[in-house]
Design a protein around this ligand. Sequence first.
Ligand code: F6P
Length: 334
Amino acid sequence: MIELNTSHPNPAGIKRIAVLTSGGDAPGMNAAIRAVVRTGVQQGIEVVGVRRGFSGLHRGELAVLGPRDVANTIQRGGTILLTARSRTWRSAEGRAKGAQVLRDWQVDGLVVIGGDGSFHGAHFLQEEHGIPVVGVPGTIDNDLYGTDHTIGYFTAVETALDAVDKLRDTGASHERIFVIEVMGRHAGHIALDVAVAGGAEEVFIPEDDKPVDGVVQIVKESRAKGKLASIVIVAEGYKGGAQAVGDAIQAGTGMETRVSILGHIQRGGSPVSSDRILASRLGEAAVHALMDGRKGVMVGRTGQGLTYTPLHETWEKRKDVSLDLYRCAKCLSV
Ligand code: F6P
């Protein structure tokens, strides 16, 4: 029989922690909250949930969470704690107020589940007020340095891919060109995965400033080869977005072109298993990290295992898209 030891040493003497979600919601955030709460309880640590991210923190929207409060949430999209993009938090006064609330609640550490905007807030909270903070990467954009994947990314790719497959059906029936814009903010990770998995003719990502005109020739050649539907994927961060690419194709080929911007649908839905598992692992790791006395870091996962990256590096260092995948996308579009 395999003996499993679930207890973790607590040299930092953590007794109570808080957890919040902040910035854009991402599928799998609930699985991460659940993991933080249940790991805390397992280790004899009280966990306090903060509603509405940093906005709710300085308004004192806190409540103790137990294991049953997070039951039946692992499969749910969105975040049960609610989220916000806080403006007040950008000011030193706002952060001071939030820090005071955490002190009033006798919180020894804070887990912030979010993206780079949220990590900015977390970083300054720790720098200015000495409150130990650990970040958990939760964003569909996958744009954080220090982890191979962020929570929500896998589900967003599946959601976008499902839409691409459907648009391909109607595109083929009408012999139209579909230019499809996916999210990702300033990064092309979603676009690249969706382009390869969706068999796109061309993909535009912000990491490459290639001009839009080249696509006209590609689309014409595709037609000449007998392709009925051309799919072009554009990351929202590419200059001009999908509309600029669609306009160029329509003008350059005279072919019927439709632009479809997938938008926030990519943030919703039940998380796929990879997101649930990543969220569960990183939520647990965040609590262990605080118990170990780590602070000001994001827990992530790479091929090497768990990683701890200083929060400021997660946005200062650039996480590159895979050039090999980019090359593959081009190679397979013949
Ligand atoms: O960061 C997640 C994200 O969905 C980006 O892909 C997108 O650019 C942005 O958030 C949209 O933000 P909002 O929901 O505030 O419009």
